[in-house]
Design a protein around this ligand. Structure first.
Ligand code: TYD
Ligand code: MG
Length: 459
């Protein structure tokens, strides 16, 4: 027999609890619990009951019997950097989330792809943030004119989905999910439950209508509580648009992609007339480098399938405080501690009473483990005041014993360094097993520990 039970549900995040709470343990909001009635069927808890047996297994299909002929259809967006991050274009019927801080350029990016896509496809641009007139003004400035582009200024997610079904565009853009709401949900716009339910609704619409939908999601500075994090498991792909507000470079990174690799990045530059692609990021990252300054080392890192050369700067200075400062921008903070410990234990370089600053120039973040060695070399250079030539680059992961461990894609790294006119590349010795170093026009030096790498600087 069914019985009615009371549950308390947080109106912000949907957290359920058997008793009322003043503060939600999940999202930390105060006074958001509401009482709801929940019907519990007495039968449903009886495991193995006839209800389960009633489901036949006819929906199970052997993998090799499924029709795999119809390949996924992809639309090219006209921006090669975006296409690459998407895994070779936008997949028909997929839901793609573009996340990033407010003002980073998400709306600009999506409006710009309308320029190319609008030539032969119908696009519906839904904005809950800007009026149709404002979008028109921006589109004019970005040179997006003509084409089959329709604009809808609305906040009601159900009405938006109804319009998508009625208009049947080839592509829909929702800017932004935080401004969409469902009337049936009793919480404010942008709250976790609204964001989650609206995303699910758009997901259903995208799949049922086979229309690809881009969703813009703002990330708030304090950890993205009501932001894209709650939507990541629902959508097909999550792309984050990153960069520093006061720098013109923007990096598009895939955090999740059901239709491609998550290692790829796209690089753009924000200018007066919108975003322009940067097909050669190494050249941009290395421009304006100082020469004859200690503490600089060029890192040869892989970002997805693409090698990138970026300048790492280190500054080690006497500290005025009892607890010295360590800051790291663009490089993992915990790895910096690890490298400092290895330098102290294995090479005898003590930084205990010194402030240490690491900066990767250009606002780029390097995650490749092979960026350890250039960071260690920059630290060594700053500490000993020995200048590393601006024609030297390095890569390699550092182990706790001070050894330099092998790095992947070594041939691509060497070729990229050669292309950019470097004279010497310091690489892990183990990675050179199957590499014919004589065929390169750059001196390739294999090292097996960090001492050997440091000795190479002076030569
Ligand atoms: P926007 O796309 O509105 O950001 P988001 O949608 O992520 O909130 O970008 C706004 C920023 O971009 C704003 O600071 C101004 C800058 N911008 C340019 O520098 N040049 C341009 O041509 C455009 C359209 C914007
Ligand atoms: Mg915007």
């Amino acid at each position: 027999m069914a019985k009615v039970k009371s549950v308390y549900v947080c109106s912000e995040c949907g957290y359920e609890s058997a008793k009322w709470n003043g503060k939600c343990p999940e999202c930390g909001q105060w006074n958001t619990f509401e009482e709801r009635e929940q019907t519990v069927s007495a039968k449903s808890s009886a495991f193995g009951s006839s209800a389960i047996r009633a489901y036949s297994d006819d929906s199970v299909l052997p993998l090799d019997k499924i029709d795999g002929e119809s390949r996924e259809i992809r639309y090219l967006t006209g921006l090669k950097e975006l296409d690459r991050v998407l895994g070779g274009g936008l997949v028909k019927g997929s839901l793609v989330l573009i996340g990033g801080e407010p003002g980073i350029g998400k709306s600009t990016l999506l409006l710009q792809i309308c320029k190319f896509l609008g030539q032969d496809k119908k696009i519906l641009y839904v904005s809950g943030e800007e009026s149709a007139r404002q979008i028109k003004l921006r589109a004019d400035r970005l040179g997006v004119d003509g084409g089959d582009i329709c604009v809808l200024s609305k906040n009601d997610a159900e009405a938006v989905c109804a319009t998508i079904i009625k208009e049947a565009p080839d592509i829909a853009i929702i800017d932004s999910i935080q401004t969409m709401s469902l009337s049936g949900i009793n919480s404010s716009q942008g709250s976790i439950s609204q964001v989650r339910e609206c995303t699910s609704l758009f997901m259903r619409t995208a799949k049922e209508q086979d229309i690809p939908i881009f969703i813009v999601g703002h990330v708030n500075k304090d950890g993205a509580i009501a932001g894209p994090k709650v939507m990541e498991h629902i959508v097909d792909a999550v792309l984050y648009f990153e960069g520093q507000q006061n720098m013109s470079y923007r990096i598009l990174r895939a955090e999740k992609n059901r239709f491609g690799s998550t290692n790829e990045i796209g690089v753009f530059e924000m200018g007066d007339d919108g975003l322009t692609e940067v097909p050669d990021p190494s050249e941009m990252l290395l421009s304006g480098r100082p020469s004859n300054v200690s503490g600089n080392c060029v890192a040869c890192v892989m970002e997805g399938s693409r090698p990138i050369l970026a300048e790492v700067q280190a500054l080690v200075a006497k500290s005025a405080f009892s607890a010295p400062r360590r800051t790291s921008s663009g490089f993992d903070y915990n790895r910096l501690y690890l490298i400092l410990a290895v330098l102290e234990k294995r090479v005898g370089l003590f930084c205990g009473a010194l402030d240490v600053y690491i900066n990767v120039v250009g606002g780029i973040r390097i995650d490749d483990p092979a960026s350890d060695l250039p960071v260690a070399m920059a630290l060594y250079s700053s500490l000993t005041d020995k200048v590393i030539s601006d024609r030297i680059t390095a890569c390699g992961e550092i182990g706790l014993g001070g050894e330099v461990r092998s790095a992947s894609f070594i041939k691509q790294r060497i070729s990229e360094a050669e292309r950019l006119g470097f004279e010497k590349i310091i690489v892990p010795l183990h990675s050179l097993k199957n590499v014919d170093i004589k065929k390169y026009g750059i001196k390739v030096v294999g090292v097996s520990n960090i001492r050997q790498a440091f000795n190479e600087i002076a030569k």
